[in-house]
Design a protein around this ligand. Structure first.
Ligand code: ADP
Length: 251
């Protein structure tokens, strides 16, 4: 399995702290062919450091979800290279990507996708059962502030609580990477901050390298580094001198 050499100084969009765990070089993703082709990613370079909290901003259609899906092994690039440590993601077959996702990645999407006939604890336990070194479902639900909701069904929980169950489900396997696509997109500000607090805690306590896609520029304050995408490329990167707590964010 080819390994992309780690660069000493991060990518051309500014240094990232520590050794890179995600590395992309010349990453391209196109949908369709010929004149009708949509170029979702165009020659994108990226390094993300171990344990880093990255917020991805950018207009709709700029390629954020496509990038996240490739980093998470849900989708394959058309050209270029992408790797998670020594896992080459470009060109990996479906079986290898499945193992990569199962062992290393936790996902949180805008819509929670919980199983309605299972309680919060059972939804989280389902993932714990197939993980190599999971925490207990109760511990994961405690980390997101839901110790008092273990036996509720999704239909008995608010939207924000359901999303926190989804965060617990993503972190129960102690993932190396926590990838979140618009995790607060369907929530009001107060509820959204609780979900972000759960994600920040998971980043801190599980040590998961975290990428959060958002339209909401206020959320950028939580990040170690903010990457702005446009037209399928990273066009700017800024490091925050200080990470803000979700409670400090106003929108
Ligand atoms: P963002 O997350 O920034 O909104 P996306 O990564 O979802 O951007 O999309 C980037 C571009 O790729 C858009 O033009 C979008 O329409 C296109 N695209 C994404 N997924 C598909 C697909 N499955 N088939 C065709 N085009 C797609």
């Amino acid at each position: 399995m080819p390994v992309i050499p780690a660069q000493a100084e991060g990518d051309r969009h500014g240094p990232s702290r520590g050794a890179p765990v995600f590395v992309a070089r010349g990453l391209c993703k196109s949908y369709g062919a010929g004149d009708a082709a949509v170029h979702a990613l165009r020659d994108l370079d990226l390094d993300i450091a171990v344990g880093e909290f990255v917020v991805l901003l950018g207009p709709s259609g700029s390629g954020k979800s496509t990038l996240l899906n490739i980093l998470g092994g849900l989708d394959a690039p058309t050209a270029g290279r992408a790797a998670w440590r020594d896992h080459e993601l470009a060109g990996a077959d479906e079986a290898a990507l499945t193992v990569y996702r199962r062992e290393h990645v936790g996902f949180v999407f805008q819509f929670y996708n919980l199983i309605p006939s299972l309680t919060a604890r059972e939804n989280v336990a389902l993932v714990a059962e197939i993980a190599r070194r999971p925490m207990r479902p109760e511990e994961a639900l405690g980390m997101v502030g839901l110790s008092h909701r273990l036996d509720r069904f999704p239909g008995q929980l608010s939207g924000g609580e359901q999303q926190r169950v989804a965060v617990a489900r993503a972190i129960v396997k102690r993932p190396d990477a926590l990838l979140c696509d618009e995790p607060t997109g369907a929530l009001d500000a107060e509820t959204g901050r609780l979900v972000l607090a759960a994600i920040a805690r998971a980043n801190r306590e599980v040590g998961a390298t975290t990428v959060v896609i958002t339209h909401n520029t206020a959320i950028a304050g939580m990040a170690d580094r903010v990457l702005r995408m446009a037209g399928g490329r990273v066009v700017a990167a800024e490091a925050n001198p200080r990470r803000r707590a979700p409670e400090e964010l106003a929108w």
